[in-house]
Design a protein around this ligand. Structure first.
Ligand code: PLP
Length: 431
């Protein structure tokens, strides 16, 4: 495919976007450029690269050819203009916020977030002088009220980990728009195959590519994708994007790079100074994962729906929280925002509470008891005692990770084997 090829379907772009046969060797698959630094043509070329007057490779903390293909692949799949790859989903969150925030600023965030994100936002970012205001995103008035002069972004997950909650992206985007703020959406659980937040008004998408995008539980990674649609110059709220940048001789990012300003800032300032670059090896693994994303997500969703329905009908189970179930309060929203399926992640409450949950995870045999999601393998965890352990009981409930809940990430094995495994483990848990 060439740069001027017409737009293609998702299934085609997940294999081809960003990639060309290697110009040096003709290698068809994207090579792993296991390399740190790139030879300059001459002193003028070096100066032009360092001044951001020319785009090219300098040093792999900033840019690397394998990582660049992954950036373009995921930007294309999300419908964005550019993307910055980084070491993990957590570093993507910090990189996404860096161009927007100064000490004393805040972000308005959903209470329904991955536990690690709740901790990062409620504890660690305070050390930068940043604050996160946690709000129930079902209460639109509260979201609107929480946005003040010092608010620089609104943040949520499309399909939340772990609770089977789906954010009403168009409604939240409308509030962000009215307040002149970018909406940042963590699209990790949904993936761009199931939900494309930019089509629902989001401005920035972040990913933990560690999950479904790589797909085999092998490679850590994160991605910040920009839609290119937010007008950074519409107010004086974003000086890093609009004011002269001293480290680049007074260059103004938005004025110079237009819709690519946020992506360039992410690389030229975020990766340069914070340094959480993605390794080329991990980018290569994630590119392989992307090639089969649509097929895997279809099977993840199909298996998850069958298992959620089976659990819901079982009298050892108190309730199942999965937006793919008709009984879910978020079923209709999921049908609208993620019509191909509600992902492979959900929670359920076991009769017998905390102790029964712990015994259940101790007695599975196909499911693996690990703190991860989006693997080809089925995974199980008791969130309240692990991924959401640092949270207060109130925060756990709000995030959909109460003490009597088990979270499963349904894999690609045969669904009958997965049901049989849960069945025997439930019998042992409640014996
Ligand atoms: N966002 C979500 C929804 C997650 O589930 C996770 C990790 O579980 C992260 C972000 C953080 O990603 P990483 O573990 O790649 O840093």
């Amino acid at each position: 495919m060439t740069d001027d090829s017409p737009a293609h379907a998702f299934e085609t772009m997940q294999i081809h976007a960003g990639a060309k046969p290697d110009p040096a060797t003709g290698a068809r698959q994207t090579p792993i450029y296991q390399n740190t630094a790139y030879v300059f043509r001459d002193a003028d070329h070096a100066a032009a690269l360092f001044n951001l007057q020319e785009v090219g490779f300098i040093y792999s903390r900033l840019t690397n050819p394998t990582v660049a293909v992954l950036q373009e692949r995921i930007a294309t799949l999300e419908g964005g203009v550019g993307a910055v790859a980084c070491a993990s989903g957590h570093s993507a969150q910090i990189l996404a916020l860096l161009p927007l925030m100064s000490p004393g600023d805040n972000i308005v965030v959903s209470t329904r977030l991955y536990g690690g994100t709740v901790t990062q936002f409620s504890q660690t970012i305070k050390r930068f002088g940043w604050e996160a205001k946690f709000v129930d995103f079902e209460d639109r008035g509260a979201v609107s009220k929480a946005c003040t002069k010092k608010t620089k972004a609104v943040f949520c997950e499309s399909i939340a980990n772990p609770g089977g909650y789906v954010t009403d992206l168009p409604a939240i985007a409308k509030i962000a728009e009215r307040k002149g703020l970018p909406l940042i959406v963590d699209n990790t659980t949904a993936t761009p195959y199931l939900c494309r937040p930019f089509e629902h008004g989001a401005h920035i998408v972040i990913h933990s590519t560690t999950k479904y995008l790589s797909g085999n539980g092998t490679a850590m990674g994160g991605m910040v994708v920009d839609s290119g649609t937010f007008d950074w110059s519409a107010s004086d709220k974003y000086p890093s994007m609009t004011e002269p940048e001293p480290a680049y001789h007074g260059l103004k990012f938005h004025e110079t790079f237009g819709p690519m300003a946020y992506t360039f800032h992410g690389i030229a300032v975020g990766l340069r100074d914070l340094g959480p670059c993605q390794s080329p090896q991990n980018a290569f693994i994630t590119l392989l994962g992307c090639e089969t994303l649509s097929l895997r997500m279809e099977r993840h969703c199909e298996n998850a729906k069958k298992i959620a329905e089976w659990l819901e009908a079982d009298d050892r189970i108190e309730s199942v929280s999965y937006a793919g179930l008709k009984s879910s309060p978020y079923y209709r929203r999921a049908r609208k925002l993620a019509p191909k399926g509600a992902s492979g992640l959900f929670t359920f409450k076991v009769k017998g509470g905390y102790e029964a949950c712990r015994k259940l995870v101790d007695n599975v045999s196909i499911f693996s008891h690990v703190a991860n999601l989006g693997d080809a393998r089925s995974l199980i965890i008791h969130s309240a005692s692990t991924t959401h352990r640092q949270l207060t009981p109130e925060q756990q409930e709000a995030a959909g990770a109460g003490a009597d809940m088990v979270r499963v990430s349904i894999g690609l094995e045969h669904v009958d084997d997965l049901i049989a495994d849960l069945d025997q483990a439930l019998t042992k848990a409640l014996a």
